[in-house]
Ligand binder design. Structure first.
Ligand code: CO8
Length: 262
């Protein structure tokens, strides 16, 4: 929609909502106004019955070079605490129910790395540059980096990266299991892969897609036993959906299912 100033939105394929961070002069630094627009666009796609999956990307040079340092520099403890600074960033991780793929080319530093980690799937170029450099600025990750990076790549590696502020490459992100796909090309090839996967997901019934995302995310919060029980209840619940009947009947009749999203 043309009403946004810091992001672009489009539908590159049926069912796919693409959000491009677009503050090129600041390497997509994540200012509060940018995040307000990002959250608005995410909610619109999440509530749009024609959208099945969302892709977030940046430019060739930067996915996002972090939180806006110039905005943060003068912030006081009292203002940060009383306004719960950064809390709106959690919207993506806590409220968006459809799958979100991060397509990362270039810098994904600090809050940019954290934004990628809030997405459900990360695709990146082999030359992408990830890092949590906050220690160099006299602070620590504040948008989930210490928690999500540690879950994604393990404690020893996350600890080393967060304590030294050293960057790591997209190739390493793939080797360590943080990125699901590493593309040996530029942003165009990367985006093609991310949109293709989003299109595949969007082609399934939205009901089990949302359920699948929810149960996988529960694995990060619950004990194994509670998680397995949660999954089973969700699985039971899906027998109440039209699309379970449509999907299994189509298989038996050797037909392509026509999803109702019900
Ligand atoms: N914030 C504000 N402006 C930025 C940021 C940023 N994070 N990153 C780059 N910019 C600006 C630069 O100031 C510069 O602006 P100007 O032209 O007006 O001087 C413009 O973008 C281009 O940047 P460079 O000239 O520096 O470009 P280079 O190609 O030379 O360098 C780098 C690229 C290496 C990415 C470099 O810009 C850099 O080191 N950026 C900062 C990276 C960083 O430290 N990020 C972490 C920020 S802290 C953080 O994210 C904390 C998260 C906690 C949660 C936050 C909640 C809000």
């Amino acid at each position: 929609s043309s009403t946004y100033e810091h992001i672009l939105t489009e539908t590159p394929k049926p069912g796919v909502g693409l959000i491009t961070l677009n503050r090129p002069k600041a390497l997509n630094a994540l200012s509060s106004p940018l995040f307000t627009e990002l959250n608005d666009a995410l909610s619109k796609y999440d509530n749009d019955k024609d959208i099945g999956a969302i892709v977030i990307t940046g430019s060739e040079k930067a996915f996002a070079a972090g939180a806006d340092i110039k905005e943060m520099a003068p912030l006081t403890f009292a203002a940060a605490y009383s306004n719960n600074f950064i809390a709106p960033w959690s919207h993506l991780a806590t409220s968006i129910r459809k799958p979100v793929i991060a397509a990362v080319s270039g810098y994904a530093l600090g809050g940019g790395c954290e934004l990628a980690l809030m997405c459900d799937i990360i695709y990146c170029t082999s030359k992408a540059t990830f890092g949590q450099p906050e220690i160099k600025l006299g602070t620590i990750p504040g948008a989930g980096g210490s928690q999500r990076l540690t879950r994604a790549i393990g404690k020893s590696r996350a600890m080393e990266l967060i304590l030294t502020g050293k960057n790591f490459s997209g190739k390493e992100a793939g080797e360590w299991g943080m990125a699901a796909k590493v593309v040996d090309g530029g942003k165009e090839e990367l985006l093609e892969e991310a949109v293709k996967t989003a299109e595949t997901i969007a082609g399934y019934s939205h009901v089990p897609v949302v359920a699948a995302k929810e149960v996988v995310n529960k694995s990060q919060e619950l004990s194994l036993r509670e998680g397995v029980e949660y999954e089973r209840r969700m699985f039971h619940g899906l027998f109440g959906s039209k699309d379970q009947k449509i999907g299994m009947t189509a298989f038996a009749e050797k037909k392509k299912p026509e999803w109702s999203n019900e």
